[in-house]
Design a protein around this ligand. Structure first.
Ligand SMILES: Nc1ncnc2c1ncn2[C@@H]1O[C@H](COP(=O)(O)OP(=O)(O)OP(=O)(O)O)[C@@H](O)[C@H]1O
Ligand SMILES: [Mg+2]
Length: 853
């Protein structure tokens, strides 16, 4: 990759990159990609598969276990060594394959909404995912694009980029393809006017540029880790991690306890160590990450059928917990099929001149074409062949206006179009009858203001059009030129409300998600849209009021204000953060560059496929159709995933945990190990296999009715209540085995293996629902896997495989006992569950602070 790409002469640079302005051939690009790797900072890259697979064996428990069984093989117990290895490999593979399949499926979905770049390959312009770019590629940049790599400009027209990501500078910076600045700028943060860097975005204008550095070599890539902070850990991830630590502590305690006891009783130390380790393996919820990923991926696949793409899996559980959804107006509440209906002059009559000025502005401005511009251009086409654009002051959401400097040879005009309040403020004159300029005195100002308000009240969106005659010495336009304007008139638009929006809002509200509207548009139009939709405005704050408001004051009003008008992008973000700080889980749905920072700040950023790159990039969920009703689906799916993960954990922390605990206790008084190490491992493997169906399970409507928060305290309490009950039962079983069946070592171990496995896996039928088990039907796959695992466990001692695991065939009466024990146990858990959810932990939302909808 060439050094000094920022300041070399362009021809030199192209030669060094071995490319031309016509770009690379596909073959050449493929070759370079092998050399330079994908254009993605490595923080986002996955390790090769075989490495991922091997990494799973690096789990300390597994390593010690393998080592210990190696030792035992050396002392003659080769069969157990083979079994341990087989079991470990099988269980890691089971885990790995499921997780990989889930991730691959999600990755495939993600690629369908990947940000793409326009690149010249084999001489034609094609659209390629950004990670396919290589140094030497020639790309086209347009307003709204993210700059895909570190590039040098070959051509640029009115190119303005936002470099805030690299420099923190919020205002657009102009870039030129001219000779580069010498010497090379220090810091590499995009100061050179001839270069554009990865991570910045195009505000307006267009350019052709050659890719110089990709992936980790970019300024952005090198800042990885400092600047590109990973997305904040979600409450769910944190909860899972805490749960892991909780189990880890218990495991360490238990292992040490078992080891000490066994050594004190002078049992064979190697067997004791292996038993303790096998217990630890049985205890660790090693499947948890896999279950989480598979459950989320499964939810993502179901959503894909509804044309909703989940880019970041963490967004799934956040959307399940979301209790406030902020959204912008256009396209969500309205059809976004905006039509221009009128073009009025200062006296309220239709005026061709106003239309012509509006048309000039829309035609020549080079920012992202907003639906308003499209509506002006679609209204009627004008012949502008005599006109030429000289310069432009691009649109931004702080000024809310855009200016173009144009000439038809004779006249040189600055044509301004924008939000009426702002344009009127910059105007000193207005065009009266016959085009005469009249001073904009207070009376005229009041009249024009009233006209605009009346239009707003009728639900029309309005842009003001103004102009200023410039002298021929004006060869460029700047912000300061947007003053002393002469007001020409109004362009008036209709943006009809979306018929389906109200039903969607009701569905969300009914599901405990409050909807808030954050729009850059003005109060009157927004109120009108709300009124047409039938959405009551419970409170309204404008951008100006917000400006004057402190954090406390804002937070105090968040509960009742549901509409925010004339807010800037920064204010959108501010409202969002205030919501988050007041303890809400907040989503944001938007599609413009003005929404990007709010999307980024939200717990759940939602955007649409057609959105500006920056908004799309920032979002965790992409809607292929901009429609609020699919958001409701996504909410339900998110809740479902959290509920299913909770099932897995409740199951693990009740029966499985209880069994391991009882075994540790049993080793205190039994003259032999309650189960052989290989049996513990087999037990664990079958248990794991039975759980593979949990992600598929249905969740009842009542469990989805409210936002689902991850609740570690509930799980802990459940463990504390059910654990002792479960252990008591286990000891009764031990007693029965020893005294009813007069069990010796092998029979005891066999009986306990069969029974503990059956109770562990079958308890899912009780735990998976808060209803009674027979009034809720489990997913068939889950049921089959669970019954299958229990049956294999029960029948294995009767097969020829039995001796390998040290099993003996139990007497027929044992199976009668087994059936009775399982039924009693499940009935007991069911009773405890009812008491628990009725008295100890009623629904978490019952005591939550009410939020007005
Ligand atoms: N192309 C344009 N030319 C001139 N002014 C514009 C243009 N686009 C937007 N504006 C002005 O900027 C304001 C804010 O833009 P916009 O309405 O798109 O913001 P928003 O927050 O995305 O709103 P919404 O919630 O309707 O999507 C508009 O109300 C309008 O006054
Ligand atoms: Mg918008």
């Amino acid at each position: 990759m060439p050094d000094g790409f920022q300041d070399r002469p362009l021809a030199d640079l192209l030669a060094a990159l071995d490319t031309t302005s016509a770009g690379l051939s596909r073959a050449e690009a493929d070759g370079r990609r092998r050399r330079y790797g994908p254009n993605r900072p490595s923080a986002h890259r996955r390790r090769p598969l075989w490495l991922e697979f091997l990494a799973r064996f690096l789990n300390p428990l597994v390593l010690i276990l393998l080592f210990a069984s190696g030792l035992s093989a050396a002392t003659g117990n080769v069969a157990s060594f083979v079994i341990v290895i087989a079991m470990v490999v099988l269980s890691v593979t089971l885990d790995f394959v499921q997780e990989m399949r889930a991730e691959t499926a999600v990755e495939a979905l993600r690629r369908t909404v990947a940000v793409r770049a326009q690149v010249r390959r084999d001489g034609v312009e094609v659209s390629e995912p950004v990670d396919q770019l290589v140094p030497g590629d020639v790309v086209r940049l347009a307003a709204g694009d993210l700059v895909p790599a570190d590039c040098r400009l070959i051509e640029a027209r009115d190119l303005f980029v936002n470099q805030a990501m690299l420099t923190g500078e919020p205002y657009p910076v102009e870039k030129h393809a001219d000779t580069p600045a010498a010497p090379a700028p220090a810091g590499d943060r995009g100061e050179a006017p001839g270069t554009v860097l990865m991570g910045t975005s195009v505000i307006s204008g267009s350019a052709i540029a050659v890719v110089c550095r990709t992936g980790d070599a970019t300024a952005f890539g090198r800042l990885s880790g400092t600047l590109q902070a990973p997305p904040p850990t979600t409450a769910f991830e944190l909860g899972i991690r805490r749960f892991g630590f909780l189990i880890l502590r218990l495991t360490i305690f238990l292992v040490l306890f078992v080891l000490t006891v066994n050594v004190l009783f002078h049992r064979p130390w190697l067997d004791s160590l292996m038993f303790a380790l096998a217990l630890a393996v049985g205890l660790t919820p090693e499947l948890l990450p896999m279950i989480v990923t598979v459950t989320l991926a499964r939810g993502a696949m179901r959503l894909a059928e509804r044309r909703v793409i989940v880019k970041r899996l963490a967004a799934m559980h956040n959307i399940g917990a979301m209790d406030v959804l902020c959204t912008d107006k256009t396209g969500t509440l309205t059809e976004a099929a905006i039509h221009m209906v009128r073009h009025l002059d200062a006296r309220g009559g239709e005026s061709d001149r106003v239309f012509r000025l509006a048309y000039l502005n829309s035609r020549f401005e080079s920012g992202i074409k907003s639906p308003l511009d499209e509506a002006i251009l679609a209204f009627r086409s004008l012949d502008l062949s005599g006109w030429r654009k000289i310069d432009e002051v691009p649109f931004d959401f702080e000024r809310r206006r855009v200016s173009v400097l144009v000439t038809d040879g004779a006249e040189r005009l600055l044509v301004v179009k924008g939000a009426p309040e702002d344009v009127l403020r910059q105007s000193t004159h207005y065009e009266g009858e016959g085009g005469v300029e009249l001073p904009l005195d207070p009376a005229a100002r009041a009249r024009l203001g009233a006209q605009f308000e009346a239009l707003g009240e009728d639900g029309f969106r309005v842009l003001a059009i103004a102009s200023r005659a410039m002298g021929p010495e004006h060869v460029s336009a700047a912000l300061g030129d947007e003053s002393e304007l002469s007001f020409a008139g109004y362009a008036v638009f209709l943006d009809p409300p979306k018929a389906s929006a109200m039903a969607a809002i009701r569905a969300l509200t009914g599901a405990g998600v409050a909807v808030r509207i954050l729009t850059g548009d003005n109060e009157r139009v927004t109120r009108h849209v709300c009124a047409e939709l039938g959405l009551p405005v419970t409170g309204l704050i404008t951008g100006d009021e917000l400006q004057a408001m402190g954090e406390e004051a804002l937070r105090a009003r968040l509960a009742d204000v549901n509409v925010f008008c004339r807010v800037t992008p920064a204010q959108k973000e501010r409202v969002l953060l205030a919501c988050k700080r007041s303890g809400r889980v907040v989503g944001y749905l938007g599609d413009g560059i003005n929404d990007a920072s709010a999307i980024h700040a939200a717990d759940v950023g939602i955007s649409v496929d057609s959105a500006a790159d920056v908004a799309k990039e920032a979002a965790g969920i992409i809607l292929l159709d901009q429609d609020l009703s699919v958001v409701h689906e996504a909410v339900m799916e998110g809740r479902r995933t959290v509920q299913n993960v909770t099932k897995y954990i409740l199951m693990g922390s009740s029966s499985n945990f209880g069994n391991m605990f009882s075994m540790a206790g049993a080793s205190l008084f039994l003259p032999f190990l309650p189960m052989l190490p290989t049996q513990v491992l087999l037990n664990n493997l079958l248990y794991d296999a039975s759980e593979a169906g949990v992600p598929l399970d249905e969740v009842e409507a009542e469990a989805l009715a409210r936002p689902v928060q991850w609740d570690l305290r509930l799980i802990q309490r459940f463990m504390l209540v059910l654990g002792p009950v479960s252990s008591l039962f286990d000891f009764l079983t031990f007693y029965a085995l020893l005294h009813l069946f007069d069990a010796g070592e092998a029979l005891f171990q066999t009986g306990w293996f069969v029974e503990s496995l059956a109770t562990q896996v079958l308890v899912i039928f009780v735990i998976r629902t808060r209803r009674s088990p027979w009034s809720s039907r489990p997913n068939p796959v889950l049921a089959a896997l669970t019954l299958g695992a229990a049956a294999i466990g029960a029948l294995l001692p009767l097969t020829p495989l039995a001796p390998f695991f040290g099993f003996v065939a139990p007497p027929p009466s044992f199976y009668l006992f087994l059936a009775a024990a399982v039924v009693t146990y499940l009935a007991l858990v069911e009773t405890v569950k009812r008491v628990f959810f009725r008295h100890i932990a009623p629904r978490p939302d019952a005591g939550r602070r009410a939020l007005r909808h």
